[in-house]
Design a binder for this molecule. Structure first.
Ligand code: ATP
Ligand code: MG
Length: 243
Protein backbone atom coordinates (compact mmCIF):
# COMPACT_ATOMS: atom_id res chain seq x y z
CA UNK A 1 0.00 0.00 0.00
CA UNK A 2 1.34 3.45 -0.83
CA UNK A 3 1.48 6.20 1.80
CA UNK A 4 -1.23 8.05 -0.10
CA UNK A 5 -3.52 5.01 -0.09
CA UNK A 6 -2.87 4.52 3.61
CA UNK A 7 -3.69 8.16 4.33
CA UNK A 8 -6.96 7.87 2.42
CA UNK A 9 -8.19 4.91 4.45
CA UNK A 10 -11.17 5.65 6.62
CA UNK A 11 -9.74 6.53 10.06
CA UNK A 12 -11.60 3.71 11.79
CA UNK A 13 -9.61 1.13 9.84
CA UNK A 14 -6.35 2.45 11.30
CA UNK A 15 -4.96 2.30 14.81
CA UNK A 16 -5.15 5.72 16.48
CA UNK A 17 -1.88 7.19 17.68
CA UNK A 18 -3.63 8.44 20.80
CA UNK A 19 -6.64 6.62 22.19
CA UNK A 20 -8.35 7.67 25.41
CA UNK A 21 -11.18 5.52 26.65
CA UNK A 22 -13.34 6.72 29.55
CA UNK A 23 -10.44 8.65 31.03
CA UNK A 24 -11.26 10.35 34.33
CA UNK A 25 -9.02 12.33 36.62
CA UNK A 26 -9.99 13.08 40.18
CA UNK A 27 -7.80 15.30 42.31
CA UNK A 28 -8.28 14.57 46.01
CA UNK A 29 -7.74 17.59 48.24
CA UNK A 30 -8.35 16.28 51.75
CA UNK A 31 -12.09 15.66 51.88
CA UNK A 32 -12.76 17.53 48.64
CA UNK A 33 -12.63 15.82 45.26
CA UNK A 34 -12.23 17.70 41.98
CA UNK A 35 -13.46 15.84 38.90
CA UNK A 36 -11.02 17.43 36.47
CA UNK A 37 -11.74 14.97 33.64
CA UNK A 38 -14.85 12.85 33.29
CA UNK A 39 -14.87 9.80 31.03
CA UNK A 40 -13.04 11.43 28.15
CA UNK A 41 -13.05 9.51 24.89
CA UNK A 42 -10.63 10.87 22.33
CA UNK A 43 -8.83 9.41 19.35
CA UNK A 44 -6.08 11.26 17.55
CA UNK A 45 -4.44 9.87 14.42
CA UNK A 46 -0.88 10.17 13.26
CA UNK A 47 -0.29 13.51 11.52
CA UNK A 48 -3.40 15.27 12.84
CA UNK A 49 -3.33 18.90 13.94
CA UNK A 50 -5.76 19.25 16.83
CA UNK A 51 -6.69 22.17 19.04
CA UNK A 52 -8.22 21.49 22.43
CA UNK A 53 -10.20 24.48 23.59
CA UNK A 54 -12.00 25.23 26.81
CA UNK A 55 -12.36 27.80 29.54
CA UNK A 56 -10.07 28.16 32.51
CA UNK A 57 -10.50 25.16 34.80
CA UNK A 58 -12.14 22.98 32.14
CA UNK A 59 -9.37 20.37 32.40
CA UNK A 60 -7.13 21.22 29.43
CA UNK A 61 -3.79 21.06 31.25
CA UNK A 62 -4.86 17.94 33.11
CA UNK A 63 -5.63 16.34 29.76
CA UNK A 64 -2.30 17.48 28.30
CA UNK A 65 -0.41 16.02 31.26
CA UNK A 66 -2.09 12.68 30.68
CA UNK A 67 -1.51 12.78 26.90
CA UNK A 68 2.15 13.57 27.57
CA UNK A 69 2.55 10.74 30.10
CA UNK A 70 3.39 13.31 32.79
CA UNK A 71 0.43 12.09 34.83
CA UNK A 72 -1.87 9.06 34.84
CA UNK A 73 -5.68 8.86 34.80
CA UNK A 74 -7.58 7.94 37.96
CA UNK A 75 -9.56 5.53 35.77
CA UNK A 76 -9.93 4.62 32.14
CA UNK A 77 -7.28 3.70 29.62
CA UNK A 78 -4.78 5.51 27.45
CA UNK A 79 -3.24 3.68 24.52
CA UNK A 80 -0.38 5.28 22.67
CA UNK A 81 0.36 3.66 19.28
CA UNK A 82 -1.84 0.80 20.48
CA UNK A 83 0.14 0.23 23.69
CA UNK A 84 -1.55 0.64 27.07
CA UNK A 85 0.33 3.43 28.87
CA UNK A 86 -1.06 2.23 32.22
CA UNK A 87 1.00 -0.94 31.91
CA UNK A 88 4.27 0.78 31.14
CA UNK A 89 7.08 1.00 33.66
CA UNK A 90 8.38 4.37 34.82
CA UNK A 91 11.48 3.96 32.64
CA UNK A 92 9.39 3.13 29.56
CA UNK A 93 7.29 6.23 30.21
CA UNK A 94 10.41 8.37 30.60
CA UNK A 95 11.71 6.98 27.31
CA UNK A 96 8.46 7.94 25.55
CA UNK A 97 8.46 11.44 27.05
CA UNK A 98 12.03 11.89 25.92
CA UNK A 99 11.92 10.52 22.40
CA UNK A 100 8.36 10.54 21.16
CA UNK A 101 6.85 13.70 22.64
CA UNK A 102 7.97 17.33 22.51
CA UNK A 103 6.44 19.68 25.08
CA UNK A 104 5.86 23.41 24.75
CA UNK A 105 4.45 25.43 27.66
CA UNK A 106 2.98 28.89 28.14
CA UNK A 107 5.86 30.01 30.39
CA UNK A 108 8.66 28.75 28.13
CA UNK A 109 10.46 27.04 31.08
CA UNK A 110 13.95 27.97 29.87
CA UNK A 111 16.97 27.99 32.15
CA UNK A 112 17.85 31.70 32.46
CA UNK A 113 21.61 31.36 32.85
CA UNK A 114 22.15 29.16 29.83
CA UNK A 115 22.53 30.39 26.24
CA UNK A 116 19.82 29.30 23.80
CA UNK A 117 21.79 26.38 22.37
CA UNK A 118 22.50 24.96 25.85
CA UNK A 119 18.81 25.08 26.67
CA UNK A 120 18.06 23.27 23.43
CA UNK A 121 20.65 20.53 23.93
CA UNK A 122 19.21 19.50 27.33
CA UNK A 123 16.85 16.77 26.04
CA UNK A 124 19.82 15.24 24.20
CA UNK A 125 21.81 15.18 27.44
CA UNK A 126 18.87 13.50 29.20
CA UNK A 127 18.65 11.01 26.33
CA UNK A 128 22.30 10.09 26.96
CA UNK A 129 23.91 11.66 23.88
CA UNK A 130 27.55 11.89 24.95
CA UNK A 131 29.07 13.55 21.91
CA UNK A 132 29.32 17.23 22.84
CA UNK A 133 29.94 18.37 19.26
CA UNK A 134 26.98 16.43 17.96
CA UNK A 135 24.73 17.86 20.70
CA UNK A 136 25.78 21.38 19.79
CA UNK A 137 25.25 20.77 16.07
CA UNK A 138 21.80 19.31 16.64
CA UNK A 139 20.84 22.17 18.98
CA UNK A 140 21.99 24.76 16.43
CA UNK A 141 20.15 23.01 13.60
CA UNK A 142 16.99 22.95 15.70
CA UNK A 143 17.37 26.66 16.48
CA UNK A 144 17.91 27.35 12.77
CA UNK A 145 14.66 25.51 11.98
CA UNK A 146 12.74 28.08 14.05
CA UNK A 147 14.62 31.02 12.55
CA UNK A 148 17.07 31.65 15.42
CA UNK A 149 20.44 31.06 13.72
CA UNK A 150 21.57 34.50 14.89
CA UNK A 151 20.55 33.94 18.51
CA UNK A 152 22.19 30.66 19.54
CA UNK A 153 24.42 32.33 22.13
CA UNK A 154 21.78 34.65 23.61
CA UNK A 155 20.44 33.97 27.07
CA UNK A 156 16.65 33.94 27.57
CA UNK A 157 16.72 37.43 29.16
CA UNK A 158 18.39 38.71 25.99
CA UNK A 159 15.53 37.45 23.81
CA UNK A 160 11.98 38.65 23.14
CA UNK A 161 9.04 36.57 24.39
CA UNK A 162 8.38 35.19 20.91
CA UNK A 163 12.06 34.29 20.52
CA UNK A 164 12.06 32.59 23.94
CA UNK A 165 9.09 30.51 22.87
CA UNK A 166 10.90 29.62 19.65
CA UNK A 167 13.88 28.43 21.74
CA UNK A 168 11.43 26.30 23.73
CA UNK A 169 10.05 24.87 20.47
CA UNK A 170 13.59 24.16 19.23
CA UNK A 171 14.20 22.32 22.51
CA UNK A 172 11.00 20.32 22.00
CA UNK A 173 12.07 19.41 18.45
CA UNK A 174 15.70 18.52 19.03
CA UNK A 175 14.97 14.85 19.69
CA UNK A 176 12.81 14.71 16.55
CA UNK A 177 9.59 13.71 18.36
CA UNK A 178 6.56 12.59 16.35
CA UNK A 179 4.11 14.32 18.70
CA UNK A 180 4.17 17.97 19.76
CA UNK A 181 2.04 18.90 22.78
CA UNK A 182 1.68 22.61 23.43
CA UNK A 183 -0.20 24.07 26.40
CA UNK A 184 -1.22 27.69 25.72
CA UNK A 185 1.96 28.30 23.68
CA UNK A 186 0.84 31.81 22.71
CA UNK A 187 -0.66 32.74 26.08
CA UNK A 188 2.19 35.09 27.01
CA UNK A 189 2.75 36.61 23.59
CA UNK A 190 1.59 39.67 21.67
CA UNK A 191 -0.43 38.83 18.58
CA UNK A 192 2.39 39.28 16.00
CA UNK A 193 4.60 36.90 17.98
CA UNK A 194 1.72 34.49 18.50
CA UNK A 195 1.29 34.48 14.74
CA UNK A 196 4.94 33.50 14.22
CA UNK A 197 4.57 30.64 16.66
CA UNK A 198 1.41 29.41 14.94
CA UNK A 199 3.22 29.50 11.60
CA UNK A 200 5.83 27.17 13.08
CA UNK A 201 3.13 24.76 14.31
CA UNK A 202 1.57 24.83 10.85
CA UNK A 203 4.90 23.83 9.30
CA UNK A 204 5.39 21.05 11.87
CA UNK A 205 1.99 19.74 10.82
CA UNK A 206 2.99 20.01 7.14
CA UNK A 207 6.08 17.92 7.94
CA UNK A 208 3.75 15.16 9.12
CA UNK A 209 4.08 15.54 12.86
CA UNK A 210 1.11 15.15 15.14
CA UNK A 211 0.40 18.51 16.77
CA UNK A 212 -1.92 18.99 19.75
CA UNK A 213 -2.32 22.51 20.98
CA UNK A 214 -4.26 23.65 23.98
CA UNK A 215 -5.76 27.10 24.07
CA UNK A 216 -8.68 29.15 25.28
CA UNK A 217 -8.42 31.56 22.32
CA UNK A 218 -10.74 30.86 19.35
CA UNK A 219 -8.40 32.68 16.91
CA UNK A 220 -5.61 30.27 17.78
CA UNK A 221 -7.79 27.16 17.93
CA UNK A 222 -9.28 27.65 14.46
CA UNK A 223 -5.84 27.47 12.88
CA UNK A 224 -5.73 23.74 13.62
CA UNK A 225 -7.45 21.14 11.41
CA UNK A 226 -9.68 19.79 14.14
CA UNK A 227 -11.21 21.46 17.14
CA UNK A 228 -12.10 19.57 20.31
CA UNK A 229 -13.99 21.59 22.90
CA UNK A 230 -14.03 20.60 26.53
CA UNK A 231 -16.16 21.89 29.37
CA UNK A 232 -16.14 20.70 32.97
CA UNK A 233 -13.79 17.87 32.06
CA UNK A 234 -15.96 16.52 29.24
CA UNK A 235 -15.69 16.65 25.46
CA UNK A 236 -18.67 18.69 24.29
CA UNK A 237 -17.76 19.09 20.63
CA UNK A 238 -15.30 17.64 18.12
CA UNK A 239 -15.25 19.01 14.59
CA UNK A 240 -13.02 19.18 11.52
CA UNK A 241 -11.98 22.69 10.48
CA UNK A 242 -12.65 23.45 6.83
CA UNK A 243 -9.55 25.06 5.27
N1 ATP B 1 -2.79 19.35 41.12
C1 ATP B 1 -4.08 19.65 41.32
N2 ATP B 1 -4.67 19.40 42.50
C2 ATP B 1 -5.97 19.67 42.68
N3 ATP B 1 -6.80 20.19 41.77
C3 ATP B 1 -6.27 20.47 40.57
C4 ATP B 1 -4.88 20.22 40.29
N4 ATP B 1 -4.64 20.60 39.00
C5 ATP B 1 -5.80 21.07 38.54
N5 ATP B 1 -6.80 20.99 39.46
C6 ATP B 1 -8.21 21.37 39.28
O1 ATP B 1 -8.70 20.62 38.17
C7 ATP B 1 -9.50 21.42 37.33
C8 ATP B 1 -8.90 21.44 35.93
O2 ATP B 1 -7.65 22.13 35.98
P1 ATP B 1 -6.73 22.36 34.69
O3 ATP B 1 -5.45 22.94 35.15
O4 ATP B 1 -6.67 21.10 33.91
O5 ATP B 1 -7.59 23.44 33.87
P2 ATP B 1 -7.25 24.27 32.54
O6 ATP B 1 -8.35 24.02 31.60
O7 ATP B 1 -5.87 23.94 32.10
O8 ATP B 1 -7.33 25.77 33.06
P3 ATP B 1 -6.46 27.07 32.61
O9 ATP B 1 -7.04 27.52 31.29
O10 ATP B 1 -6.73 28.06 33.70
O11 ATP B 1 -5.03 26.67 32.51
C9 ATP B 1 -9.57 22.78 37.99
O12 ATP B 1 -10.78 22.85 38.71
C10 ATP B 1 -8.38 22.81 38.91
O13 ATP B 1 -8.63 23.62 40.03
MG1 MG C 1 -4.12 25.07 31.93
Amino acid sequence: MTTREFASLAPNTRTPLIELEKVSKIYKMGAVEVNALQEIRLEIYDGEYVAIMGQSGSGKSTLMHILGCLDVPTSGSYRLSGVDVGRMSESELAEIRNRKIGFVFQQFHLLPRLPAWKNVELPLLYAGEKDHKRRRQMAEASLASVGLTERVNHRPTELSGGQQQRVAIARALVTNPSIILADEPTGNLASAQADEIMTIFESLHQQGRTVVIITHEPDIATRARRLVRIRDGQVIDDEAMVK
